[in-house]
Design a protein around this ligand. Structure first.
Ligand code: SF4
Length: 735
């Protein structure tokens, strides 16, 4: 029998402990299940975390590849690494900014740290970022604005103690199943409730006590309407606001009329009042990409934090709690030198820059002056500043907005792709470096509530595959020879990174592999070997009253990493949506996760074509359009003869129903979809999964000006009948 290896699930950022076991022969994993001994999940695990780990449905990369003309052909490690280093090295002759590096929230802490060290300290490029900016950057920016430090104040330990759970612009029932189980258990208690704010009646909304639907993009207006009602109904925690915050008077003076803001958000005043009243109880306010992925992402996330501050929801059992998607988004934020130096050291601070440069043994002048323009700006720079791209564990061709432009730009660059699966981005590569994946790598990961846990190799990997950290070290060895000592090993790299966090707000210097071996998982800040993080910024003693069922805290105090030591209210105002609907593009496209699909789909092959969910009324109106005569629209779109074009074709679905196909058309592209009427989707909205590689051809590349996070969640589209050739292609694909 092979050994049962305790490790951590890398499927999502809940961070459940797994035990994994290799088969007697061959590669892969035979057994994957929750680890009863892991403090985060105590044996719980979700089916998709288990099945996608044990049986990923993607095309594995098992040999290095290099481009010969139009083809990617197998090659040796020596040839692949030589060609990769020559291509990157040639670009570096024009300066560090000539090479862009794209990282990922799917790497271990060790690989993410090493990649950042290579990009910033080795190449010296400002064109370095990670796909975590595509989902979390707005929350991060809002945390810094409010607290002077990143990461949620609460932890999973606070979930049972909350009485109100507000899930806003997130769908943890689909995205974070084990965590959502804890939320539901807590919300099921007496005097507890679950409220969901979302334009879509999601899987989470379906089991909530109350669903507040709002207009797509109406989040900031609604948050301000709720705060205005909190003020009007005297629900402000004046003592907390006076003692621990600054900026409330300025914000209060600028608050809109609650009814006006509610109308702007498309929400009834009774729903606004219900949210305002619910915040009077200990509240955990969770949010996700529905808030972050917007040009107003930072302002909206800040407005949610304001709701917590104004109502004193910044003590155990309450607080703002952003939900992170990728397994190691948090680790990428702490260690990868993406937007801050390791330990959240400020990027522009000369003392921290000097410390980092000294630790790395590089001249401080090599470190770039600013963290760069974000992933969209990096792709824009290809062909101007950037000549070569090194992409690690990320799939920008499918995962970034306006993907047609991403493909066109990447075609202009020398591209090295390091990944475990044959993603869409691999097809544009000059060199492909096959990397180890879940169950094959050693290292650590950090979940969304700041807990660091070991990742272990439970199975062998094929000879044509190498760990991310090894490959980063081998490229560094050829391009920046003294950046790493010998061959970088995970434990030594962890110790190096943890030492760099000493004395910072994200102090992990008390965590070591030995400690993780003994305790399984440790939450930061952990500045000493016997200290672990809990609720942040807060100190309070519980009253010595054994008769009280819920002991009241006394002598509370708060301290924050801001100059004043107080939490800061925000002042963000709404920018108009970058692409409102109009006569030519009358629907709002929104994208979101399906429970059974993985990020850009590389581990879970997608349906062909993607399924667009629309409301029954929208579906009926579309069907009417198909039957109406051509209407001579200004844009010349033909909507008249869809039936003759074969708009409705039977494709042998199991339910025997004929599939309805359509084209979703944005100003950037058009994509053939299968249409599914669904009462969960509001009228006027087209819902598509983020996982299908075609979907981001439609989305637009506008970003939040503070966080650089793209506005994935809303763009204007129209529905058209499919062209006859589309339908034929779809029918052939589904045979
Ligand atoms: S909830 Fe997330 S971390 Fe836990 S088993 Fe499921 S996918 Fe893995």
């Amino acid at each position: 029998m092979t050994e049962l290896v305790p490790t951590t699930c890398m499927r999502c950022a809940v961070g459940c402990g797994h035990v994994q076991q290799a088969p007697e022969r061959e590669y892969g994993l035979e057994t994957v299940r929750g680890d009863p001994g892991h403090p985060v999940n105590q044996g719980l695990a979700c089916q998709r975390g288990v099945s996608e780990t044990a049986h990923p449905d993607g095309e594995w990369l098992t040999r290095p590849l290099e481009r010969k003309g139009d083809d990617l052909v197998p090659t040796t490690w020596e040839s692949a690494l030589q060609r990769a280093s020559e291509g990157l090295g040639t670009a570096l002759e024009d300066g560090g900014d000539s090479v862009a590096v794209l990282g990922s929230g799917q790497q271990t802490n060790e690989a993410a740290y090493a990649l950042g060290k290579l990009a910033r300290g080795g190449f010296g490029t400002r064109y370095y970022d990670a796909n975590t900016t595509l989902c979390m950057a707005s929350a991060v920016t809002a945390y810094y604005d409010a607290f002077g430090s990143d990461a949620p104040p609460p932890t999973y330990d606070d979930i049972p103690d909350a009485e109100t759970h507000v899930v806003w612009g997130a769908n943890p029932a689909a995205a974070h199943p084990v965590m959502f189980r804890w939320i539901r258990q807590s919300a099921a208690g007496d005097d507890s409730e679950l409220l969901v704010v979302d334009p879509v009646h999601s899987e989470t909304a379906a089991v909530a006590d109350h669903h507040v639907p709002l207009e797509p993009g109406g989040d900031l207006a609604l948050a301000r309407a709720v705060l205005a009602r909190v003020v009007e109904t005297d629900r402000i925690d004046e003592a907390f606001v006076d003692d621990a915050t600054i900026g409330f008077d300025d914000l209060r003076a600028e608050l809109p009329d609650a009814a006006d803001a509610a109308e702007m958000a498309g929400v009834s005043m009774s729903d606004v009042d219900r949210l305002a009243a619910a915040l009077a109880d200990p509240t955990l306010l969770y949010w996700g990409m529905g808030i972050n992925q917007s040009v107003n992402g930072t302002a909206a996330a800040g407005a949610l934090i304001d709701l917590c501050l104004a109502t004193g929801n910044l003590r155990p059992g309450s607080g703002p709690f952003s939900l992170t998607g990728q397994a190691n988004s948090m680790g990428t934020r702490v260690c990868s030198s993406k937007g801050s130096w390791p330990g959240h050291r400020p990027f522009a601070d000369p003392d921290h820059r000097r410390d980092v440069a000294e630790a790395w043994g590089v001249p401080v002048s090599r470190l770039p002056d600013d963290p760069g323009p974000g992933p969209v700006g990096i792709v824009d720079a290809i062909g101007d500043d950037v000549d070569a791209v090194y992409a690690v564990a990320t799939n920008p061709v499918a995962g970034m907005p306006d993907a047609t432009r991403v493909r066109e730009n990447l075609e202009e660059a020398f591209l090295v792709v390091q990944d475990a699966f044959r993603s869409e981005t691999v097809e544009y590569a000059d060199v492909v470096l096959p990397a180890a994946t879940w169950g094959e790598s050693e290292g650590t990961t950090t979940n969304m509530e700041r807990t660091v846990s070991r990742v272990r190799a439970a199975t062998e990997m094929p000879s044509g595959v190498r760990p991310d950290l090894t490959l980063i070290g081998q490229l560094a060895d050829r391009l920046v020879p003294d950046l790493f000592d010998d061959r970088p090993e995970p434990e030594a790299i962890f110790d190096e990174f943890a030492a760099l966090t000493a004395g910072t707000p994200a102090d992990l210097s008390g965590i070591s592999y030995d400690r993780l071996e003994a305790e399984r998982a440790v939450r930061w800040p952990a500045p000493e070997p016997d200290v672990a993080g809990g609720y942040r910024y807060y100190e309070g003693d519980e009253a010595d009253d054994a008769a009280a069922s819920t002991p009241e805290p006394t002598d509370e105090s708060w301290s924050f990493y801001t100059r004043s030591g107080r939490a800061r209210f925000s002042s963000g105002t709404a920018r108009p949506l970058p692409e409102p609907t109009d006569e030519s593009y009358p629907f709002t496209l929104t994208t979101a996760r399906r429970p059974d699909a993985y990020n850009t789909g590389v581990r879970t092959r997608e349906d062909e074509p993607p399924t667009a969910r629309i409301s029954p009324a929208t579906a009926a109106a579309f069907a009417d359009d198909l039957e109406a005569p051509a209407d001579g629209r200004e844009d010349g779109a033909a909507v008249a003869d869809g039936r003759e074009n074969g708009a409705a074709v039977a494709d042998g679905r199991e339910d025997g129903a004929a599939a309805q196909y359509a084209r979703v058309v944005s100003r950037r592209a058009s994509v053939t979809v299968s249409v599914e009427p669904d009462a969960a989707i509001p009228d006027g909205v087209v819902w598509l999964p983020i996982h299908h590689p075609d979907v981001n051809d439609l989305t637009l590349p506008d970003v939040d000006p503070r966080s650089n996070e793209p506005n994935f969640k809303q763009c204007a589209v129209r529905l058209e009948p499919p062209q006859e050739r589309d339908v034929r292609a779809v029918a052939e694909a589904s045979v």
